[in-house]
Design a binder for this molecule. Structure first.
Ligand code: GLA
Length: 401
């Protein structure tokens, strides 16, 4: 009886003190994930060389940190139930891989699933949450992406809370990335559970299409952008909407990649590259490392941008930034060039979420074109710009004091 009381008390202590690790993602996490390009074809050499490339390409200097192995790294569980990596793909083990990634000043991420099996059919964490969290902590994991396949009978919030508590009990600060595809509205309950949550099903490397896989669909960049409607109020420092990992460098045109990247910056989305970093073109690297675009994404206010409206055939998005600045993005979703004329002083741009008012009638802003890398005058005169099909014009406005 006494033993029973003690056990109950101990369990009570765990849940009372459990919480997510606070402060791990004050700005949207930046990194790389294996899935979009390599799917199940992962191994330790690929991950090491990707870490090398993250440093050598300048991505690390631009702010990218997490190197995340997605599905299919798993082998079998041992006789006590501890998960082991696939011995052929990861012969040196996960601790050695984590050490290597850490030696480069980078952080190590891994993937699991709340169900019996991952989406790729590998062992899931259901019923093994505390054991797996402890294993990840021992290996030196810094980031866990936790998927939602094969979860029959589970309640999403409950399942993610269990893993949150397990990670906390394991004691190592680990960014917790909820990959539940938006099915159970994670934006309503995710803030105290994880640091980011997927808002949609999987992305597909096309600008404007739906890919039908038969039993499920994946989504082009524009489809995903549209699915973010109404969600910005839920995001902020340490709790981000995640419109999925990027497809920059995975087959779209440079214009489309630029538009995709710009929109992820405007949406304060996690910037998780999904391309082959070892063999990327200069153009792809240039897009992923545009520091001024990244600064829009990483702005310390952490306010997700909003769609202001549509004029001259383009969508206009605004994002309030620190120190009175704004980002503005003209998105051409169509297939012909659009000539934009935007008379700042005649437009009222206010944001009830941040309480900000651009007050163009009274405040003059200096304009910087973030892809041309050039100053573009001030908001005293209407902006005149041509936007290519499937491309953007992205600007930063700074008040002239
Ligand atoms: C799901 C996720 C993807 C990826 C795969 C792996 O589809 O949404 O991002 O992790 O599983 O199997």
């Amino acid at each position: 009886m006494r033993k029973f009381v003690l056990a109950v008390m101990a369990a009570g202590t765990i849940s009372a003190s459990a919480q997510k690790f606070e402060g791990l993602a004050p700005t949207p996490p930046m990194g790389w994930n294996s899935w979009n390009k390599f799917a199940c074809d992962v191994n330790e050499a690929l991950i090491r060389r990707t870490a090398d490339a993250m440093v050598e390409s300048g991505m690390k200097d631009a702010g990218y940190r997490y190197v995340v192995i997605d599905d299919c790294w798993h082998g079998t569980r041992d006789s006590l139930g501890f998960i082991r990596p696939d011995p052929e793909r990861f012969p040196s083990g996960m601790k050695a891989l984590a050490d290597y990634i850490h030696s480069k000043g980078l952080k190590f991420g891994i993937y699991s699933d709340a169900g019996w099996k991952t989406c790729g059919g590998r062992p899931g964490s259901r019923g093994r949450e505390y054991q797996d969290a402890m294993t990840y902590a021992r290996w030196g994991v810094d980031y866990l992406k936790y998927d939602w396949c094969n979860t029959e009978g589970l309640n999403a919030e409950g399942a993610y809370l269990t893993m949150r508590d397990a990670l906390h009990a394991a004691g190592r600060p680990i960014v917790f990335s909820l990959c539940e595809w938006g099915n159970n509205k994670p934006w309503d309950w995710g803030k105290n559970v994880g640091h980011l949550w997927r808002t949609t099903g999987d992305i597909w490397p096309c600008f404007d299409c739906v890919k039908d896989h038969g039993t499920w669909k994946s989504w082009g960049v524009m489809q995903i952008v549209d699915m973010q409607k109404g969600l910005r109020v839920h995001a902020g420092p340490d709790h981000w909407n995640d419109p999925d990992m990027m497809e920059v460098g995975n087959g779209m045109s440079a214009d489309e990649d630029r538009a995709h990247f710009s929109m992820w910056c405007m949406l304060a989305a996690p910037l998780i590259a999904g391309n082959d970093l070892m063999n990327m073109s200069k153009e792809t690297c240039g897009i992923l490392t545009n520091r001024e675009a990244i600064a829009v994404n990483q702005d310390r206010l952490g306010i997700q941008g909003f769609r202001y409206g549509e004029e001259d055939g383009v969508e206009i998005w605004f994002k309030p930034l620190a120190d009175g600045d704004w980002a503005v993005c003209f998105l051409n979703r169509g297939t012909s060039v659009q000539s934009v004329n935007f008379p700042w002083k005649e437009r009222a741009v206010t944001d009830s979420l941040s309480g900000r008012d651009a007050a163009f009638a009274t405040v003059k802003y200096r304009i910087k074109n973030l892809w041309a890398g050039k100053d573009a005058g001030t908001t005293r005169k209407p902006l005149s710009v041509e936007v290519q099909p499937h491309d953007v014009a992205l600007f930063r406005l700074s008040p002239v004091k």
